[in-house]
Design a protein around this ligand. Structure first.
Ligand SMILES: [Zn+2]
Length: 302
């Protein structure tokens, strides 16, 4: 699971450190995957897995969430270099309306906030924790209106403005080119809401219209849905199935097997923290131990 691929200097100061991956490191990872694994877009990987065919190499899918411009400018050329095809999960209104993601605005504002106002806001939530992780967690638990108001209050308290260019979506032209290159396009909703907090009608709208619009924009069928913020429940799952999706992606960690639920696909987050720290020199080994789930087994013993 990836979100953004960017030059290393941008990654280093990025507010949400779990989202970007430096281009050079991403390149090494893809080179290794192309050699070692059987890499397919998700819907193809699922049919391959279910066909019962034997593979000499592990089956892997590469996913990108949200639909940032860098996916096209930095990730796609690397994928092309190694003959890899991925799955891009697109937040439709981010591309068509240019609506910035609430979590980008929130994280960006928090990272620019002075220590004292940070403390003030943290105290308001009675969490007293000024870390960006705690701030984001507080926001995820709010309904959409309250979250929006809270983010706006923090934005008012910081110097400078949110840079839309820094968090730009890919264009509709980029989306078509990715599709033509053989990548899979999946839906990541219209507006990236917390789905469990929506009314039945709003939920249906997000699921159905996002797939229809993407199908129209790319001229192809949409098979997958990726839960925004990784949030879902039984009601959401039921609606995803009713809307002709054939699989859904979660943010739960793990590998998937032939008997795994196709509507609760697990993923492995590839982050800088897990692959580049603490020893940058063994970053590829770190990546391999994450992908093979060796590190997860190790973590479960600690
Ligand atoms: Zn997302």
């Amino acid at each position: 699971m990836y979100h953004r691929v960017l030059p290393e200097n941008i990654c280093r100061t990025y507010p949400l450190q779990s989202l970007p991956m430096p281009v050079d490191v991403f390149d090494e990872q893809m080179k290794w995957l192309a050699k070692t694994c059987n890499v397919l877009p998700l819907h193809e990987a699922l049919s391959a897995m279910r066909s019962g065919q034997d593979y000499d190499k592990p089956l892997v899918s590469i996913t990108f969430d949200d639909g940032y411009e860098d996916n096209f400018h930095y990730a796609a050329p690397v994928l092309q270099r190694y003959g890899l095809r991925a799955t891009f999960c697109i937040t439709v209104n981010f591309l068509t309306e240019g609506h910035s993601m609430w979590f980008d605005r929130a994280a960006d504002a928090w990272s620019r906030l002075e220590k004292q106002p940070k403390q003030y806001f943290a105290d308001l939530f009675s969490s007293h924790d000024v870390s960006i992780q705690s701030w984001m967690k507080q926001l995820k638990n709010m309904n959409n209106t309250r979250r929006d108001m809270t983010i706006r209050n923090v934005e008012k308290a910081v110097q400078g403005h949110f840079s839309k260019e820094r968090y730009a979506p890919m264009s509709l032209g980029h989306l078509s080119v990715l599709k033509d290159m053989g990548h899979e396009i999946a839906s990541h909703s219209l507006s990236h809401p917390i789905l469990t907090m929506l009314s039945d009608n709003e939920l249906r709208y997000e699921l159905q219209l996002s797939s229809e619009k993407l199908s129209e924009l790319t001229g192809g069928d949409i098979y997958g849905f990726c839960f925004p913020n990784g949030t879902y429940n039984e009601r959401v799952l039921g609606d995803v199935k009713k809307n002709d999706y054939i699989y859904a992606l979660t943010t739960e960690e793990g590998a998937n097997y032939t008997d795994s639920d196709q509507f609760q696909i697990k993923r492995i987050p590839v982050t800088m923290q897990r692959t580049m720290a603490p020893i940058h020199a063994i970053r590829l080994l770190n990546f391999r131990s994450e992908i093979s789930r060796l590190r997860a087994a190790w973590r479960s013993l600690l």
